[in-house]
Design a binder for this molecule. Structure first.
Ligand SMILES: *Cc1c(COP(=O)(O)O)cnc(C)c1O
Length: 389
């Protein structure tokens, strides 16, 4: 305290340490297998790492790159939108490279919100959403996704919209539940956005990790081109989460607005990695197909193990997380369960309860990641079996 008031301002009060820091520290302290935080334990394609080395050696990106991102990467992002979704994007005015999707989300909210604006977002929330909405002075309005299938309640969405609603913050494929929005759901959401003249920010970092159904960018639906800020990132798609290369695709006036905030956050980032990610986006379709089928297999491996250990398993359609329920163990407090899990069997997981405003909705949900080596998953499954009665 100074001057009799707390150091941390009111907007950030309550956003102390993320659950990932807490649980990863617990994993280290207890020597447990960490299926908490979602990062791969194997690096992505070798030739992409070599592309980064080449860029560093050739002096490409070692000094401040252009504010919107290097032209090679912006063109590769626009070409990816065309090749994958049939969307035409101007690499000069409709693409912005950011320090991961995290900065893109922060910059979009800081640019587009006035204090007091309401933002409707699915809960369980990805953990940066609530903090970024708060930093922008917005008011978060949760739309609760409920087990077992976590489909959004579109009537509840309609009811949640008020004259103060400015923006929908959507995430599909959804972390942590693995829910993937269908074309029907996206169409209904788009109609509401048009009807109420809302902006939409879509977090699509798992766009290439859909195991059932397909990823459809909301920006491709009628009426959405001029009101959607589409966000993705190289971290999850290419298994280089430490590089922090993300991007925004949106109509020129929206990109200009987001760029205004972004230029005073980091200005630019990850120079040489931008060239490597430009090459990554041009990898053949087989890379994306193999990556997806490998993770689908890991999902099934861990899912079967969790079921055999006694968990209720909510099979994810996408992402690299499985949400389970601990009620079959006669337990209902996910946080207490996760705190005790390392002592009980040497595995760390994340309680979904911390991602909900509604204390009841996620109380007994525990999330595990399967983006780990097969032998790590086998070992974890063996350990979890000790929980079985
Ligand atoms: C991992 C993740 C991010 C962050 O992406 P970065 O590119 O690492 O900043 C954003 N949203 C969701 C849903 C994520 O899972």
């Amino acid at each position: 305290m100074t001057q009799g008031r707390p150091l941390l301002n009111r907007r950030l009060a309550g956003f102390g340490t993320t659950i990932f820091a807490e649980m990863s520290a617990l994993a280290v302290r207890t020597g447990s297998i960490n299926l908490g935080q979602g990062f791969p334990d194997t690096d992505g394609p070798e030739e992409i790492r070599e592309a980064a080395v080449r860029a560093l050696r050739d002096g490409r990106g070692n000094q401040y790159p252009p504010g919107p991102g290097v032209p090679e990467l912006r063109t590769a992002i626009a070409d990816h939108q065309q090749r994958r979704y049939g969307l035409t994007t101007d690499p000069d005015t409709e693409v912005l490279v950011t320090a991961g999707a995290t900065e893109a989300i922060a910059a979009a909210l800081l640019a587009l919100l006035e204090p007091g604006d309401e933002v409707i977002a699915f809960e369980p929330f990805y953990d940066s959403y609530a903090a970024c909405i708060a930093m922008a002075g917005g008011v978060r309005v949760p739309l609760t996704l409920r087990a077992p299938d976590f489909r959004p309640d579109l009537d509840a969405l309609r009811d949640a919209i008020t004259p103060r609603t400015r923006l929908l913050l959507l995430n599909s494929p959804h972390n942590p539940t693995g829910m993937v929005l269908t074309r029907e759901e996206l169409t209904a959401i788009a109609q509401l956005a048009v009807e109420h003249d809302l902006l939409v920010v879509t977090d699509e970092v798992y766009e290439h990790l859909v195991f059932e159904g397909e990823h459809i960018p909301l920006i491709s639906l009628p009426g959405m081109r001029e009101r959607t800020v589409s966000i993705s990132s190289a971290g999850k798609t290419f298994s280089y989460t430490g590089w922090k290369v993300g991007w925004v695709v949106a109509a020129a006036p929206l990109v200009a607005a987001v760029r205004t905030a972004k230029q005073y956050l980091t200005y630019v980032s990850a120079g040489p990695f931008q060239y490597a990610v430009a090459e990554a986006l041009r990898l053949p379709d087989t890379y994306f197909e193999d990556f997806r089928s490998d993770l689908r297999r890991k999902r099934d491996l861990l899912g079967e193990g969790l079921r055999a250990a006694g968990f209720e398993v909510h099979r994810p359609q996408g992402t690299y997380f499985i949400t389970t329920d601990i009620t079959p163990f006669g337990e209902k407090d996910a946080y207490a369960f996760c705190r005790a899990l390392p002592e009980r069997c040497g595995v760390v997981a994340i309680p979904n309860s911390v991602f909900y405003d509604d204390p009841d909705a996620g109380r007994s949900q525990v999330r595990f990641t399967f983006c780990k080596k097969d032998d790590v998953l086998h070992e974890a499954v063996g350990r979890l079996r000790r929980l079985a009665p």
